[in-house]
Design a protein around this ligand. Structure first.
Ligand SMILES: O=P(O)(O)OC[C@H]1O[C@H](OP(=O)(O)OP(=O)(O)O)[C@H](O)[C@@H]1O
Ligand code: HPA
Length: 183
């Protein structure tokens, strides 16, 4: 274990290296919040957090919005405890809200292969939202194996497995405040 010296030091395994410090995430969220607030003013969008990974990002993002929003969650899984997409996406918790005729913003923590976003785009379009947009904190363009359109991207990152700020390493480490890559 080693201690990292960001704005707030935290104890991480030796093979974890800082990628995006907490303060950088915080300031990028302010910008995203302003942009989304501007684009959705008066529309009362429903933000759909994709569990589990997006729960911290969603919580911080909505506190950077100065418009009325609803929140719902959908739980899907394709990685299990591994580091490569299984390609099989399972719905573990369906949507509760009715999104017919609504402005919908899907909130992802990361777009890697793009398979989850492709699946969500097809599945959610079938409910006839008036508009369907995607926001992701992280995108790994070099790993995208399907073409996906993401409307708002926090950070483009290289092809590295990342953890922290909601993202897991075999279901652990979601509670780290900064984002790390694993060597
Ligand atoms: O672009 P893709 O290759 O589809 O990868 C992105 C998806 O993988 C992760 O979910 P995961 O299945 O690991 O579940 P989790 O959110 O519960 O960690 C992440 O939260 C995204 O939903
Ligand atoms: O890099 C990653 N880290 C954690 N979970 C993930 N799910 C897809 N890619 C990743």
């Amino acid at each position: 274990m080693k201690r990292t010296f960001n704005d707030q030091s935290e104890i991480v395994p030796e093979n974890y290296h800082i990628l995006i410090p907490e303060a950088t995430i915080e300031s990028r969220l302010k910008e995203l919040g302003q942009q989304i607030s501007r684009d959705f003013r008066g529309k009362k969008p429903i933000l759909i957090g994709i569990l589990n990974g997006s729960f911290i990002f969603l919580a911080d993002l909505i506190r950077n919005l100065d418009i009325d929003v609803e929140v719902d969650f959908l739980r899907i899984s394709s990685y299990g405890d591994g580091r490569e997409s299984s390609g099989h996406i399972k719905i573990l918790k369906p949507l509760s809200a009715d999104i017919n005729g609504r402005s919908v913003i899907v909130v992802e923590d990361i777009v890697d292969s793009g398979l989850s976003v492709q699946f969500l785009e097809r599945m959610l379009s079938a409910f006839n939202p008036v508009e369907l947009k995607f926001v992701t904190l992280l995108n790994k363009p070099s790993k995208n194996i399907v073409e996906v359109h993401i409307d708002y991207i926090g950070f483009e990152i290289e092809d590295k497995f990342v953890v922290g700020y909601g993202l897991d390493d075999a279901q652990l480490k979601r509670n780290l405040r900064s984002i790390y890559f694993i060597e």
